[in-house]
Design a protein around this ligand. Structure first.
Ligand SMILES: [Zn+2]
Length: 338
C-alpha cells in the first residue's frame, strides 16, 4: 500500500516536531471554527436553511452538513452567544473558550431567562464568561450547578437501537408531582405504569386534542363521551394547557379559519409543513410549530379558502412572509424564533 506524502512526513517527524505541528493544527482548527460560527450566523440571518427546505438551522447542520445532533447544537449555541457577546469569537479562536463551554453558557443564559425569568445584560454575560475561561467542562458544570442547582438542562436523546432511544431530562418537582397525579388518575387503567407509560398516555391525549383530523374522527366515533373525556383529562393537565394554547393560538392568528377548513387543509397537506424548496421541490415535512398560512396574504387580497391555505412550519411561515413583505418587517419575528 502506498502511503500519502503527509502520512510519510508525520511518521518521519521527531517527537518535538510532532507536538509543534499538532499545536499549530489545533490553533488553525480553532480559527476555522470561529470563522464557521460567523458563517452560520449569516446563514441564520438570511434564513438560508428555510430556502433550502429545512425548518431550522439545526436541521440544516444535521441533515445537509451531516453534523451529529450534539455537534450541531454546540455550534449553534456558540454562534448565538457571539451575537450577544462578540468577544466570544476571540476566546474561541484562542482556545480560552471551547465550543462545549460556549454552548453550556448560552444554554445557561437562556434557561435563566425562560425558567427563572432573569434576563442578564450582555455586559453581565461577558463578565460571567470571563469566569469560566480555561475551565474544564466538569468545573463549568460544577460552577453552574452552584449558581442554579435546579436549572433544567437540555433534553438528551440517545439512540439505543432501531426501535429505542434513551431520553434524559431534569424535571422540576412540579412536573414530577404532575406525573404522580396522572399516575393516580390512570391507576385503574394502568396499575403498574411508570413514567414512560404515563408520558406515553399523556402524549396520546394531547395528540388527540391537538391533531384536527384525529379530533374529528373521535367526535364521529363517540360524539359525547370522547370529547368530554378528553376535555376533563386536559383540564387536569395544567402543564399541557399552556402548550395547547400556544399551538392553537398560532393557528388562530388574526383571521378566523373554520375548524372544518382547517381539517381539510391539514388532511390535504398530510399534517406536515408543505414548503417546497426551489432546487429540487423537496418538501420540508416538519411537524414542528405548524401554522395555517395564506398563500396570497389577506393584505394582498388573498381569500380564506382551501386553495389559498397551506400548512407551514413557523420557520417557513416567517421565511415566506419575508419573501413577500421584505426583510425589515420580519426581523422582529426572527428574534422571537431564537
Ligand atoms: Zn417547514
Amino acid at each position: 500500500m502506498i502511503e500519502s506524502c503527509a502520512h510519510t512526513s508525520i511518521r518521519k517527524s521527531t517527537d518535538d516536531e510532532l507536538i509543534n505541528r499538532t499545536n499549530k493544527i489545533i490553533s488553525e482548527e480553532r480559527q476555522i471554527t470561529a470563522e464557521l460560527l460567523l458563517y452560520l450566523r449569516e446563514i441564520e440571518r438570511r434564513m438560508l436553511y428555510a430556502k433550502m427546505g429545512y425548518p431550522s438551522i439545526y436541521e440544516l447542520l444535521t441533515k445537509h452538513f451531516n453534523y451529529s445532533g450534539g455537534a450541531a447544537y454546540r455550534r449553534i449555541s456558540a454562534m448565538r452567544l457571539i451575537q450577544d457577546v462578540p468577544e466570544v469569537e476571540e476566546k474561541v479562536k484562542s482556545g480560552a473558550l471551547s465550543l462545549t463551554t460556549a454552548a453550556k453558557m448560552q444554554t445557561f443564559f437562556r434557561e435563566m431567562k425562560f425558567e427563572k425569568k432573569l434576563e442578564m445584560k450582555n455586559s453581565e454575560k461577558k463578565k460571567f464568561i470571563e469566569q469560566v475561561e480555561n475551565l474544564s467542562t466538569q468545573d463549568v458544570d460544577k460552577l453552574l450547578r452552584q449558581i442554579a442547582p435546579d436549572l433544567i438542562s437540555k433534553d438528551r436523546v440517545r439512540t439505543l437501537s432501531e426501535s429505542h432511544v434513551e431520553i434524559k431530562f431534569i424535571a422540576n418537582v412540579e412536573l414530577k408531582n404532575k406525573l404522580e397525579y396522572l399516575k393516580n388518575l390512570l391507576s385503574n387503567k394502568m396499575p403498574v405504569a411508570g413514567y414512560k407509560e404515563i408520558i406515553d398516555e399523556a402524549s396520546d391525549i394531547a395528540i388527540e386534542k391537538l391533531d384536527p383530523l384525529l379530533r374529528q374522527k373521535l367526535r364521529r366515533a363517540n360524539p359525547l363521551t370522547d370529547s368530554q373525556c378528553v376535555t376533563s383529562k386536559i383540564n387536569m393537565l395544567e402543564g399541557f394547557k399552556k402548550q395547547i394554547e400556544e399551538v392553537e393560538g398560532a393557528a388562530r392568528q388574526r383571521v378566523v379559519i373554520s375548524a372544518d377548513l382547517k381539517r381539510k387543509v391539514w388532511a390535504r397537506d398530510g399534517g406536515v409543513c408543505s414548503f417546497r424548496r426551489d432546487s429540487d421541490e423537496k418538501i420540508c415535512g416538519s411537524r414542528y410549530q405548524l401554522e395555517f398560512d395564506h398563500i396570497v396574504p389577506i393584505a394582498r387580497g388573498g381569500s380564506t379558502s382551501i386553495e389559498n391555505l397551506r400548512l407551514l412550519c413557523k420557520a417557513h411561515n416567517i421565511f415566506e412572509a419575508k419573501r413577500i413583505f421584505g426583510e425589515k418587517h420580519i426581523a422582529q419575528f426572527v428574534k422571537k424564533l431564537e
